[in-house]
Design a protein around this ligand. Sequence first.
Ligand code: NOJ
Ligand code: CA
Length: 543
Amino acid sequence: MFKFFTDKPKWYLNAVFYEIFLRSFKDGNGDGIGDLTGLTEKLDYLKELGVDCLWLCPIYPSPLKDNGYDISDFYSIDPVYGTLQEFKDLVKEVQKRGMRLIMDLVVNHTSDEHPWFQEARSNPDSPYRDYYVWSDTDEPYRDARIIFLDTESSNWAYDEEAGKYYWHRFYSSQPDLNYANPAVRSEMLNIIRHWLDLGIDGFRVDAVPYLFEEDGTNCENLPQTHEYLKQIREFVDRNYNDKVLICEANQPPADVVDYLGNGDEFHMAFHFPLMPKIFMGLRTGTRLPIEEAIKNTPAIPEETQWGTFLRNHDELTLEMVTPEEREWMWQEYAPEPRMRLNLGIRRRLAPLFDNNREMIMLANRLLFSLPGTPFLYYGDEIGMGDDVDLPDRNGVRTPMQWEAAEGAGFSTDPQPHTPVITRAPFSPESVNVEQQMQQAGSLWKQMQELIAIRKNEKVFQSNETEFVEHADERVMVFRRSKDKDEMLFVHNLSSDSIQFQVELPVFNDQKFVDLFSKDELRTNGDTLECTLSPFQSLYLKAG
Ligand code: NOJ
Ligand code: CA
C-alpha cells in the first residue's frame, strides 16, 4: 500500500501545490480584475509561504458562464489577464524562484461561443460539425447522470440553428467535444503542445471521465476514454521531461485509480473520497471516517501520487459519500440552504470551522501528514471567508486579502470584478496577508511552518503509513518512515483535553521531538504518554 521506490523521486510525489483563481488574486493594472502581472508581483510572497507548484485556473478567453471553464479559444490568454509576453515573463519568474507552474486543461468541452461550435451549429458541412456530439432526439445516453443538478435538467440541449440536440455534461453553454472524432483527439494534443512549449510544468486536467459516450453505459470512465488519456501521456513523455498530468475525476477510489493506469496514464489523481471524511472526522471528534477512507484507498503504481486537498474553487463536493452522510454534512456544515450547491457546500475552509483556529490547523496538519501531495487553495492560508450571497461558486472566489485597507489591496479599482468580503470576522481588517506575515503565531505563520516541515522531512518521500490500533477513537496515531527516518503522528480530533496513553511496541524507550512545540517526549518501555489539548497535532520525530 502507498509505495513507491525510486532513487531520484519525481518532484510531484512530494510537493506542495497552491491553486490560484487568477481573476481574484492580484490586479496589476487597476481594472479590477486579477492578472498575470499581479501574480508575478506576488511570486516572492508565494516563495516565502513555501509552496512548490502553482496551479492556474483557466485564463483562456471565455464568456465566463462557468468562470473560465467555458473556453472560446484554447490557444490564447484572455487579454484581460495580460499578454503572451507577460505569461512568458511569469513562467520565467516562477522558474527563477525554483517553483513550478501548471495550468488547467479543459478537455471535455468548449464554450458555446467557441468558433468551432459557432461553425458547427450553422454549417452542417463544416468539419467542425463533427467536433461536437449531435442527435435528432434527446434520447441517447439516458444512463448518464446530470452533474449540475441545480441548473440542468438534461444532458441534451436543443440548438435552433442546427435543428438538433447537442450533448453537454456541464452547463448547456458548454457543449461536449466529440472524442470519437480523430480530429478532436489530435486538436487536443496540439493544445497540450502549445502550452508545454511555453515552459509550463503540466496540467490539471479537468473533467476527464466524460470524454467518450456509449449507449447502455453511464458514459463515465469508458475504456475508450482511458485509451485516449494514455495517448496523451505517451505524447507528453515522448516530447517532454518532468511534466505532470493531474486527473480531476470525482469518482470512487476504485475508478479513480484506473486513471493512474500502470503508471502510464496520469501522474497524479485528486483524492475526492478522503476530503469529506476529514470534515466528518473533525465534526464527530473521531478518527474512524478518515482511517476508513485511507484504508479503502487502493494501492497506486510507482511514481504516481494522490493529490489531497481540503478546499478548492468549487463547492465542497459530497458526491463521494452516502446519502445519509451527505444529509449529515449539509446539516452540520451548511445549515442554510443558500450554502448548498448541487451535491455540495459552497463555503471556504475557515467559515466551515467557524473560524476556529485549532480546527483549521488540525485539518491542515492532518492533510499534510496523511499520504498524498497536498493542494492549498489561495486565501485559505490566511483563513479567508466566503460570501454566500454571491451566485454559483463565486462566493469562494473573492479577491485575495493582501492588506487591512478597504479593498484589501487587491486592486486600485474601488469596484473589483467581484466584491471583497466585508463582513466580520472575515473583512480585510481582521484577515489579511500583511498583518499575518508580521504576527508571530498567526495562521499564515503556522501554515508556513507546516509547509517547511513537510518539505524538510524525509518520511514524506514515501507514502507508507501504518496506523496504530488503540482504544481511544478521538485520537489518530500513525507512523511513517523512510530509510532510517521515523515519525509518529498523533492527532486529537476532538474538542477534549486528553491524557493520552498508547502502546508502541516498535518504539521501545524512544526519544521524540514534536516539530511544532519542540517539546521532547519519550516512551517508557513501549508506552507513550502525553497530554493533548483540543484539536492538537503532534508531529513526533524519532531520534
Ligand atoms: C470541474 C471544475 O473544477 C469546475 O469548476 C467546472 O465547473 C467543471 N469541471 C466543468 O469544467
Ligand atoms: Ca487587471
